[in-house]
Each structure stands twice: as structure tokens, then as C-alpha cells.
Ligand binder design. Structure first.
Ligand code: FES
Length: 164
């Protein structure tokens, strides 16, 4: 290798390193480690945990910032939640059939679109819904109830998280 080709090669290596260095912040912004189940966490504050009445299902609409990589949008969603002592149950109000919002009724939940019925635990008991109402992960932090809000693929019997 003569001096000229050595300098050419050195220049190429340095240019490549500079390009990679410039691209690293963008790559770091785009890359987030996936959770083991392939979903992404989006914790939403649903209010004071001790103030949630015990035993009864509570209809809880909320808005939050849905973050999808670089895009942020205001999303309006609805869950049903219930407290039993220090434990909570949070159900997505999105019907697993095609995604209409279910309504609370005396015996459980009903979907007005194609007449799916769910019992008081959210189990599918009648109609075209392929699975039970989707239960959401929750936690209490500093006496605030937080839910990991996710949407799931409609029309399938296995629960699959929708991304983005
Ligand atoms: S969307 Fe609920 S039954 Fe069809």
C-alpha cells in the first residue's frame, strides 16, 4: 500500500466514523428496548387510589399523551375500574370484537354494536366477542392509581398488543 492509498483509506475510515457519530443520537432516539412480551409501557395516572370507591365498577374516561416514537397525540380513552381493598381490577372498555366501547349494565358489560355480553368479571358470555374484556396492568405510586394503557388487536381470541 503506497502513501496515497493509505491516506485515501484513512480518510474513508474517518468519514465513516464521523457519519456514524452523527447518526448515533438519532438511532438512540428511535431505539427503545422492547418489553419481553413485545409491548410498550404507557403509564397513565387515573387519580387518587384511596378515593376510588370499593366494590363497584367505576367508569373512568381519561385523556393522555400517546407517544409513538416521534409522534405525540392527545388520546381519549375509557376504562372500567374496581377496587377491593388494596387491589384493583382495570378493564379496557374497548370491545375485543371490532373495537366499539362497551357499557356497564347491571349484570356486567354489554357492547351495543353487535350485542356481545360480558359478566361482572369481564368474561365473555354471549355474542361475537372472541375473548374476555382486556385486563390492564396497574400499580399504585404515591397513592395514585396508574394503568399501563394498551390497545389490543380486535377479532382474535389471543390477546395481542397493538403497537403505535
Ligand atoms: S364491537 Fe362489540 S360486539 Fe361487535
Amino acid at each position: 500500500m503506497n502513501r496515497r492509498s493509505f491516506l485515501d483509506r484513512l480518510w474513508q475510515v474517518m468519514a465513516g466514523a464521523l457519519a456514524l457519530g452523527a447518526a448515533l443520537p438519532a438511532l438512540a432516539f428511535w431505539w427503545r428496548p422492547p418489553r419481553r412480551d413485545g409491548s410498550e409501557e404507557q403509564w397513565v395516572d387515573l387519580g387518587s387510589a384511596p378515593k376510588i370507591p370499593e366494590g363497584e365498577w367505576l367508569r373512568k374516561p381519561f385523556t393522555f399523551e400517546r407517544r409513538d416514537r416521534w409522534r405525540i397525540e392527545q388520546a381519549r380513552e375509557l376504562v372500567y375500574l374496581r377496587r377491593e381493598g388494596k387491589s384493583f381490577q382495570v378493564l379496557s372498555a374497548v370491545c375485543p370484537h371490532t373495537g366499539c366501547l362497551v357499557r356497564r349494565q347491571q349484570e356486567g358489560f354489554t357492547c351495543p354494536c353487535h350485542k356481545s355480553f360480558f359478566d361482572a368479571e369481564g368474561r365473555s358470555i354471549e355474542g361475537p366477542s372472541p375473548r374476555d374484556l382486556d385486563e390492564l396492568e396497574w400499580k399504585v405510586e404515591r397513592r395514585r392509581l396508574k394503568v399501563n394503557y394498551q390497545r389490543f388487536r380486535p377479532g382474535v381470541s389471543e390477546r395481542q398488543v397493538l403497537r403505535g
